[in-house]
Design a binder for this molecule. Structure first.
Ligand code: MG
Length: 377
């Protein structure tokens, strides 16, 4: 019994052994982590990336994602995705891909949970307003703000600011924040999160738009990837419109994941990588075939035209943008209305950036409430 217990828990060596057994040589192994900015003791029962994942899950910013817009605001209904459910769906798809490719699932999970944590209220509409308000202060991007949250704004530990995440977890988000300017490829783990994000929103935004009645299912048959999938799932059976839609959505995810895995597997076989470091000098490996990539682009163009620019969506977008712009203005002209901790921080960080941090942390409903309250006098 005692020996069995020892086998069940033998500390960090068992984490290294487990990864040695399950992960490919080109995955990032916990034992090879470059560590944290503020050195911490190794925890025997959890690897560094498991620990990062847990720290992210326990942030206020993560919890607040449940009341932040993905594409459609919550007054439209309860079916569609919010920023939290989207994050969890990305996480689920990314973990599946990681496990199939023998890449570090814990690191992928941590990065997936962080990928949208910097979103302000009202999704990209809110992001555009903050970027405009902070134009002379470095602008605002949700990817950059995610780093600010985990490195500076979430204070939950007495010995360091932020979450003190591992170098590799931060590096994945740094790549997202600087995407256009970076030539090196990110880790395979970060590539997987990027791909899973795109698979999730391409499939789910269509599903949500159909549920909300912004789209008619017949309209989508002009999109090849949707049309082919409808043909495939309806073969030899008569599905009700709702079942057809839901079947198409999960089939679309399956189609994209399979395509990605097939492509990445053949690339990895061809390249015969010996370590995770070699990935940086190569073109991205976790990517779709040319055919699926083209079909995804067509679907995205369709969604842009018919969903993201739908009059109902634009109407909500305009109102939300006006409210957020107004909040920024009111607080800029009346900094005494900021909570005490923010007023103190404004002296150090500058007023505009501090207001940006405060507004970016708000959920949609808190932003509406504050907008009503500050304009009631
Ligand atoms: Mg996302």
């Amino acid at each position: 019994m005692v020996d069995q217990d020892r086998e069940l828990f033998s500390g960090s060596q068992s984490i290294a052994d487990r990864e040695q057994l399950l992960l490919a040589r080109f995955a990032i192994h916990s034992a090879d982590t470059k560590g944290r900015k503020y050195p911490e003791r190794i925890q025997e029962y959890r690897g560094p990336f498991q620990r990062d994942r847990d720290r992210i899950i326990h942030t206020a910013a993560h919890r607040r994602l449940s009341h932040k817009t993905q594409v459609f605001t919550n007054e439209l209904g309860d079916y569609h995705r919010n920023r939290l459910t989207h994050t969890l769906e990305v996480c689920s798809i990314a973990r599946t891909i990681a496990r199939a490719l023998k890449i570090n699932e814990d690191l992928v999970e941590a990065m997936a949970l962080m990928h949208d944590i910097g979103h302000p209220p009202f999704g990209h509409s809110g992001e555009d307003v903050l970027d405009e308000c902070l134009i002379n202060d470095g602008g605002f991007s949700h990817n950059q703000h995610a780093l600010r949250i985990v490195e500076f704004l979430e204070n939950r530990y007495p010995d360091f600011p932020g979450l003190n995440l591992s170098f590799e977890t931060l590096e994945g988000q740094q790549y997202r924040a600087a995407k256009k300017e970076v030539e090196a490829s990110p880790s395979l783990e970060a590539q997987i999160v990027d791909a899973a994000d795109s698979i999730a929103y391409d499939s789910h935004d269509a599903d949500d738009a159909l549920e909300l009645g912004l789209l008619d299912i017949a309209q989508l048959t002009e999109v090849l990837i949707w049309k082919n999938t409808v043909t495939k799932v309806s073969e030899g059976r008569n599905l009700s419109p709702v079942t057809l839609r839901r079947t198409v959505v999960h089939e679309l995810i399956d189609l994209q994941v399979k395509d990605l895995l097939k492509n990445a597997t053949s690339e990895l076989k061809r390249l015969q990588l010996k370590s995770a470091d070699e990935v940086k000098a190569l073109n991205p490996i976790v990517r779709h075939s040319g055919q699926i990539l083209r079909q995804k682009k067509d679907l995205e163009a369709f969604l842009m035209q018919n969903v993201y620019r739908h009059p109902n969506v634009m109407d909500v977008r305009d109102k939300a943008q006006q409210a957020l712009r107004n909040l920024f203005e009111v607080l800029k002209n009346n900094p005494q209305l900021l909570p005490t901790s923010y007023r103190q921080r404004a002296e150090e960080m500058g007023l505009n950036r501090t207001i940006g941090d405060y507004l970016a942390g708000m959920t949609d409903r808190f932003a509406w409430r504050e907008h009503a309250r500050l304009n009631s006098n």
